[in-house]
Write a protein that binds this ligand. Sequence first.
Ligand SMILES: Cc1ncc(COP(=O)(O)O)c(C=O)c1O
Length: 438
Amino acid sequence: MANSECQSDVGGLRDTLYRPMGKLLEALTEIIYSHPVCNEPFSGGFNEPPNMIKLHPIRVVPIVSDRISLKGVKMTENKRVYNFSAGPAVLPLPVLKKAQEELLAFPGAGASIMEVSHRSKTFEPIIEGAEANIRKLLNVPDNYSVLFLQGGALLQFAMIPKNLLQGKKADYIVSGSWSKKALSEAKLVGTAAAIWDGKDSAYKRKPGTAELKWNSDAAYAYICSNETIEGVQWQQYPDTGNVPLIVDSSSDIFSKPIDVSKFGLIYACAQKNCGPAGVTLVIVRNDLMERGAESLPSLLSYKKIAEAKSMLNTPPCFAIYIVKLVTDWLLNDIGGLEKMSAINKEKASLLYAAIDNSNGFYTGHADKEFRSTMNVPFRLPSEELDKKFQDEAKAAGLTTLGGHRSVGGLRASIYNAMPREGVAALCDFMTDFAKKNG
Ligand SMILES: Cc1ncc(COP(=O)(O)O)c(C=O)c1O
């Protein structure tokens, strides 16, 4: 066949197929073409349709690329960027690939996990496997239940006092935006008060032991393990004696080993370190679940949810499935939480060194002693430079670096799934940017 004949079809194909479908498909797929004469398969993306052969798309296959080019990544390309979002946040690439592989037909089910009953033999091992993984990773004692809930962390702000107060009062440590919000929600339910509030120090630190006067008759004591917005993290948890300690671990669960037996209840929304939004993990000591159980509506009662094995109603099956994959990854690919913690410490120290070695061009928010290994808020000398940094970083494939709207500046969230290479790329960019703009 003459080249001219081949070429004549290309323009038509671009107009009828490539332009309308391209935007959607280029984000998701790679096209395999066949040559109409020799039937040789030809693989090409929508960005650059080949122009010397007559195009016959024969199949469309999903692709994922884990490679990004630091300079000049176009957001329309289906390359993965380094995503520093505080949440929903980056997920481990092997998890996404596995989910992609099993999306259309989960092995043995012939259907997606989104399409099967939560009471089926397909889903049962998934929710049980997720729980077993969590128990193994955190060494959860037998007298604790592991629950999968909905309503995000925000519902826990109310569910905790609903279940645990029982006419008593609760002590809160307000160490940043999220514990502040938790306290204000608890006050809608019953009596709760701050025994320490870091407002005067702009939530840059946690309290020292001597600053804390816990009430021994409190129903519970409440802390936020890692303040996602201010980037302030408890390195050692406070001792509250016989008063059960409740912790919001939404942004640092699974980032390091913890002694579960020191807590009455640990909870975390999934969309930072365990999976996608839609499921909230609660690990609760069994005796605490008894409190208030009978008088509560079923879906607000830890006890009733535990009795129904987190399936009082339809659970967020797909989100739980991803939690299972993430915890598989932590156990099998990473090798457990000690190893994860070492990786996280190394990533955080790289980033804090880039801040500290910038001769004041970058300023971190948290006091050094309380710096988070997960969320690193920082500023440049002016808001204009903050903006310029974000824009240029985005063009270089380093995205979602804006600080929370309440504090401004920048924030890099470097959760478990952020690879070391991503942090190193950000550090290189920071050094380069400071040189050019400092
Ligand atoms: C520490 C912490 N607690 C609570 C929340 C609220 O989570 P959700 O949006 O799931 O209610 C967040 C969300 O960013 C958080 O970082």
